[in-house]
Design a protein around this ligand. Structure first.
Ligand code: AKB
Length: 312
């Protein structure tokens, strides 16, 4: 049985991933860690430790205490926040990653960390962005993600650490809200649709970005981690996506359930600039071919489920 150590376990992905992994691998085999504890299910339903990922000693000692054989490193600042605090972002995103990789090396553990569509930049081909292409991002978050992909590949080639990663698009979920991302509008819009029947978008109409519903993202992490290592040509990181849309399209889909729903725009130049530097759509062929990636939710199916869950 695996012993899985998760950093950032109370964040947007971590909070749902922790519960799902506990259901699959057993509660005591999934150690949730974060910078502070709260009363969420992920923090309360099994082993939990306070770990600051920039603290090398605490991270390695805690992972060793539980004899972790898998490290899932989620703790990071998202794109918009990182752009406001670039030095802090570098220290947290790169320092945390380095400590997590070192823990994996010492413990001979399998390793996962997410990359992002943010690892691409304005000179990357914009439509159906290939797996292997130009990566010259213009954001601190993107710089961290590209450096992180290279570092994780380095640990695989140099030290034999079984590192794996996914380039996530914007993730949409009704459980834990994201914080500080550029794609967060696609989550907020559902909350506001239920609450007020209208939404003011900080992302401009006509701006396409890739997105994915959280259940597909969680399955992708688990499927990649379970995949036969010998089949993986790429490792850090695979393009994955489920849909690409712009604000008018998500609004139109919401109108199928909430007929009077209205969208207006008050564009935030900082986040718009980040969005404009990212692809319109990415190509996930390598993930499909190498380990069978498949997304179940498209915009219509996701919208029905989101609105149904949020109404409860
Ligand atoms: C963000 O918007 O920063 C994230 C991402 C796409 O990596 N959701």
């Amino acid at each position: 049985m695996k012993k899985i150590f998760i950093t950032g376990a109370l964040g947007q992905i971590g909070s749902e991933l922790t519960i799902k992994l506990r259901n699959i691998y057993g509660t005591d085999n999934v150690i949730a860690t974060d910078i502070r504890k709260n009363d969420s299910e992920a923090a309360q339903s099994g082993p939990f430790e306070v770990v600051d990922v920039t603290d090398t000693k605490t991270m390695i000692e805690t992972a060793r205490k539980y004899e972790a054989d898998t490290i899932i490193h989620m703790a990071a600042l998202l794109s918009a926040t990182a752009e406001k605090n670039p030095v802090f972002a570098w220290n947290l995103n790169m320092g945390g990653l380095m400590n997590a990789l070192e823990s994996a090396r010492e413990l001979k553990a399998q390793f996962f960390t997410p990359s992002s569509i943010g690892a691409f930049g304005p000179s990357t081909p914009k439509d159906q962005t290939p797996q292997d292409t130009i990566q010259r991002p213009t954001t601190m978050y993107g710089v961290n993600k590209v450096a992180g992909e290279l570092l994780a590949d380095y640990y695989y080639h140099k030290f034999g650490v079984d590192t794996r990663g996914l380039r996530f698009p914007g993730l949409i979920s009704y459980v834990t809200p994201p914080g500080g991302g550029t794609t967060d509008y696609a989550v907020e819009i559902y909350y506001e649709a239920i609450k007020n029947g209208r939404y003011t978008s900080y992302i401009d109409k006509g701006t396409y970005m890739d997105m994915m519903y959280m259940p597909d993202a969680l399955n992708a992490i688990i499927d990649l981690m379970e995949a036969d290592s010998s089949k993986l040509i790429h490792r850090n990181s695979f393009n994955v996506t489920a849909m690409s849309f712009e604000p008018e399209e998500i609004a139109a889909e919401i109108r199928n359930s909430i007929p009077g729903f209205e969208i207006s725009y008050d564009v935030d130049p900082a986040r718009q600039q980040i969005a404009d530097s990212w692809p319109n759509s990415i190509d996930a062929t390598a993930a499909k071919e190498e380990w069978g990636f498949k997304a179940e939710y498209d915009l219509e199916k996701m919208t029905i489920d989101m609105l149904e869950k949020l109404k409860k």
